[in-house]
Design a protein around this ligand. Structure first.
Ligand code: ATP
Length: 405
């Protein structure tokens, strides 16, 4: 027992005693996340929710988790909600508290204070009932190596009380959906990383969970397997399954999630749709302009462009790439919203020309005309112009900074 009255259980070695025990009983080994020192909440009575279809699939209110002997809270007053049937991306830098939060939501970690509800049920008081309503796909493969692919599913379903007929039919259906029908009888040792990942998703779905927790679902997958998994996740949403996705892959989060929450230092920084978050990023849409032919120094062009309404700032990012057609600038490896490689006081556009980056507050296309006019009025002809659109990664870096954790 721990000091907070909960039973401590090591989740570090997935092939260790816990894995063997689980395989022997057919209990779900797939519920272990990467929390190395998690606790199992005492199982409360399996209270059935009064509202059979609560509007919110996940409700976290003022959640705090402080691990024993730690001077700081791993989760520090976190609040957010996930609607039924949405794909919610939980993002944050290393150590932000995502795994701990998911640990609480999946009843593996006991909170210090605050509340968390899944499918309308309190994760501490109603832990047994909560576990019946959720599925977990961990990042690390924790399939039962002593069983075949199909029996990994069948044993999991038996643990969750599915009838014999239901579990075999469900196993075959899910093997088919996950593209694993031809692997049904092989040992899981013979599965590739991508096949194992798909099998873990199938296993988590065997007992028809209302909420699925997916931890880094695409790590180590090839592009085909990644697309396949993404399609399956979207299909789950169509069936009304709520998906909580934890990922460091911003592209994946932006493509899959209806909404994302960005966590840092155990606190929720923002929750919104990827599109709205990107649009709300100040000054990160850009116009990159290559100019030639003017005797006017670049610093003057920069100052003139900065006066335009809707322009946040302007910087010179270098001379045009001489190899590019018509002197157009090549990429300098800097994403929109990032720093620059040149200063506004550099050489003028005559001779070498200049590449200017214009950071705009609103729709960048609307500023193309005014930018070109300002430059033309100073005899600088535009030889290349491109619009840079910010990404969820820019939002992430803007909110959480560039410091390594
Ligand atoms: P990552 O992206 O690296 O997986 P994360 O956002 O999932 O990180 P957590 O694993 O929840 O973050 O960790 C949050 C904080 O809690 C970190 O400072 C971590 O060191 C600490 N922590 C996590 N597990 C334990 C534990 N069992 N005992 C003590 N501290 C822990």
């Amino acid at each position: 027992m721990t000091t907070d009255g909960s039973v401590r259980r090591s989740t570090g070695d997935l092939n260790g005693p816990l894995g063997v025990l689980d395989s022997a009983t057919g209990s779900p080994t797939g519920v272990v996340l990467s929390v190395s020192d998690a606790v199992v909440a005492p199982a409360g009575p399996a209270v059935v929710a009064k509202d059979p279809a609560p509007r919110l699939a996940v409700e976290v209110t003022a959640l705090v988790k402080r691990y024993p002997k730690s001077p700081v809270n791993a989760v520090d007053g976190l609040s957010f909600a996930v609607r039924r049937g949405e794909i919610f991306g939980l993002l944050g830098p290393n150590g932000a508290g995502k795994t701990t939060t998911v640990g609480v939501l999946t009843t593996r970690v006991l909170p210090t204070s605050g509340t968390a509800r899944v499918a309308g049920l309190d994760v501490v008081r109603d832990a047994v009932a909560v576990r019946a309503r959720l599925g977990v796909v961990p990042q690390r493969v924790n399939l039962d190596r002593s069983l075949t692919t199909r029996n990994n599913l069948v044993f999991h379903a038996a643990y969750h009380g599915l009838s014999r007929a239901d579990r075999t039919a469900r196993a075959d259906e899910l093997l088919d959906r996950m593209g694993l029908a031809d692997k049904a009888k092989v040992s899981v040792d013979q599965l590739s990383g991508g096949q194992s990942q798909r099998l873990m998703i199938a296993r988590a779905l065997m007992h028809r969970p209302e909420v699925l927790f997916l931890d880094e679902p695409s790590t180590g997958l090839d592009p085909q397997a990644r697309l396949f998994v993404h399609d399956r996740v979207r299909a789950l949403r169509e069936e009304g399954v709520t998906v909580v996705l934890t990922t460091h892959d911003m592209d994946e989060a932006a493509k899959l999630s209806d909404r994302v929450g960005i966590v840092d230092h155990g606190r929720m920084l923002t929750v919104d749709t990827p599109g709205r978050l990107v649009r709300s990023l100040p000054g990160s849409a850009t116009l990159e302009v290559t100019v030639r032919g003017s005797d006017v120094p670049a610093v003057v062009l920069v100052a003139a462009l900065a006066e335009l309404p809707g322009v946040e700032r302007v910087e010179q990012v270098g001379a045009p790439d001489p190899a590019a057609p018509d002197g157009a600038g090549g990429p300098d490896g800097d994403e929109p919203g990032g720093g620059s490689s040149g200063g506004a006081g550099g050489p003028g556009p005559d001779g070498g020309g200049a590449r200017l980056r214009v950071y705009v507050a609103a729709e960048p296309a609307a500023l193309v005309g005014p930018v070109v006019s300002v430059l033309a009025a100073r005899d600088a002809s535009v030889s290349d112009l491109s619009i840079g659109v910010p990404s969820l990664e820019d939002v992430f870096i803007h909110l959480t900074g560039r410091d390594l954790r």
